[in-house]
Design a protein around this ligand. Sequence first.
Ligand SMILES: [Zn+2]
Length: 412
Amino acid sequence: MNTFTYLFIIALLSGAFLQWHLGKRHIRHIKSRRAAVPPPFSDNIPIEAHQKAADYNCAKTRTGLVELLISSILLLIWTLGGGLDLLDGVIRSYHLPTLWTGTIFILAVMLISSLLDAPLSAYRAFRMEQQFGFNKMTPGLFITDLLKNTLLALGIGAPLIILVLWFMADAGPWWWLYVWLTWLGFSLIMMWAYPAFIAPLFNQFKPLDNPELATRIEALLDRNGFTSNGIFVMDGSTRSTHGNAYFTGLGANKRIVFFDTLIDELSHDEIEAVLAHELGHFKCNHVKKRIAALGIIFLIGFAALGALIDMPWFYAGLGVTEPSTYLALTLFVLASPAFTFFLQPLFSFISRKHELEADDFAAAQVQPRNLISALVKLYKENANTLTPDPLYSAFHDSHPPAPIRIAHLSPG
Ligand SMILES: [Zn+2]
């Protein structure tokens, strides 16, 4: 135990306390507005849908609070409780070269964490989402997903970890810069490769086979000089009834993906409006800004790790007795969210600002009323609450609540 231990505990506890408080406020706020649909929506959202959304959001927030409690306890067990130290001792006892010890250690931490996380994911899908009729996942699919994710993490993660640990051990004082470049290159490659090589392992993607809709979408894309390698419909309905649309990929490998659930629910006018919104994110350079911001944050992070790696108090303060490159990396990844958590309102704020910018772009391309009616349907089908607690929303919401987006799109 040293000063850093106390700083870590204070950051972790105050973050958890704040989240707990916000969650409780959110639930109270929604419950007190459950009895009536808020005025601007009283014509197009039935009271049953409003109450379902209220109950669903309360259940989701409550589950989130339980997960917060469990993850905070697990973090304390890994660090101050000596979990990492214990695992390290076991792997060290095989006297392998340090590079292998480190790689096996990090993979073991990842594997144990994902096994501990599995019951929570199962609860989310098979109890909470099921209860509200959103879940379409079968236990078989859940287990295959888990296996595929684990194999992918091993296949892609292991070479990356070996490379990073090698830089940390042998690349001199600027190793953190090489690690940052590796991270940056890896992220860009993954963005490029994800739609064509990884997403198809989990879902089926079929080209949009509605010629009339495809022509309209292509006209919208052409007008905006946007090149992609196709419009696809994804079988999102195999896992959930929640609907969505997104752009994915990088450079010429960009794709437009609609969930089949969305295609079934929205009219062509509304689909075009949703797509115009997504296109707005590209046109306003939100993707590039995001990559640049993450790049700067990770550069600062790796530079900080470059300084911390030689500080004995960093290891001792977090319950590790035997300093090493791989423990520095693991501690950094596990412990830094306790500190960076307080930046979340800033990221949420920027994200919500981008959403409104994309809405503005869409409103200039299509009739704003088409986007409004699409949003109302999406908020209703996904059971998003129309009445979030303002403070909770400011902290957590990446998208503005429906009333704000719709007021923003409405004339006058
Ligand atoms: Zn958006």
